[in-house]
Ligand binder design. Structure first.
Ligand code: ASC
Length: 151
C-alpha cells in the first residue's frame, strides 16, 4: 500500500510537472511552440483591446470567450523557453531570458495574474470592468518585452 501510494504520488507529480519541463524534439519546435502560444494569446487579447478602445463594437460573448482563451494560452509559452532554445528559427528572445531567469519568470507570472483578472472582468459582461484591467495586462506585456525582447 505504501509503495502504491508513493508510486501514485510520483505519477501525479510527473503529470503536473510535464508542461513546465516539456521536452521538444529540437530547439526550433520549442521556439515555434512559444511563438504560436504567444500569437494566439495576443490575437485574443487584442480583439478585446480593440473593443475597450472603441475601435470595434463591444460583443460581451466574444470578449468573454476571447479573454478566456487569452488567459489559458498565457500559461503555455514558458515551457518553450528551456535551456538551449535561445538559438534556432528566427526569434526575438534576448539572451537575458536565460541569464536572468528569475526576473523573466517573475514577469511571466505577473502577466498570468493580470490575464486572470482580465478574463474574470470579461466574464462579468461589463465593458467598464474590462477597461479597468487592460492597462494591467498591456503593462505586463510591455515590461517583459522591454527587458527581454529584441526591438
Ligand atoms: C498587444 C501586443 C502587445 C501588448 C503591448 C501592450 O496587443 O501585441 O505586445 O498588447 O503592446 O503594451
Amino acid at each position: 500500500m505504501k509503495t502504491f501510494a508513493s508510486l501514485a504520488l510520483a505519477c501525479a507529480a510527473t503529470l503536473v510537472s510535464i508542461p513546465a519541463s516539456a521536452q521538444f524534439a529540437k530547439p526550433d519546435d520549442a521556439i515555434k511552440y512559444r511563438q504560436s502560444a504567444l500569437f494566439v494569446m495576443q490575437q485574443n487579447f487584442s480583439r478585446v483591446a480593440a473593443m475597450a478602445a472603441g475601435k470595434a463594437p463591444f460583443d460581451a460573448k466574444v470578449a468573454a470567450e476571447s479573454a478566456a482563451v487569452a488567459e489559458f494560452t498565457a500559461k503555455l509559452p514558458w515551457a518553450g523557453f528551456g535551456e538551449g532554445t535561445d538559438k534556432g528559427r528566427e526569434n526575438r528572445a534576448k539572451p537575458e531570458i536565460w541569464t536572468d531567469k528569475a526576473k523573466f519568470n517573475e514577469y511571466a507570472d505577473k502577466m498570468q495574474v493580470e490575464m486572470t483578472k482580465f478574463s474574470a472582468a470579461a466574464k462579468t459582461g461589463s465593458l467598464d470592468n474590462i477597461k479597468a484591467t487592460m492597462a494591467g495586462v498591456g503593462g505586463s506585456c510591455k515590461t517583459c518585452h522591454d527587458a527581454f525582447r529584441k526591438d
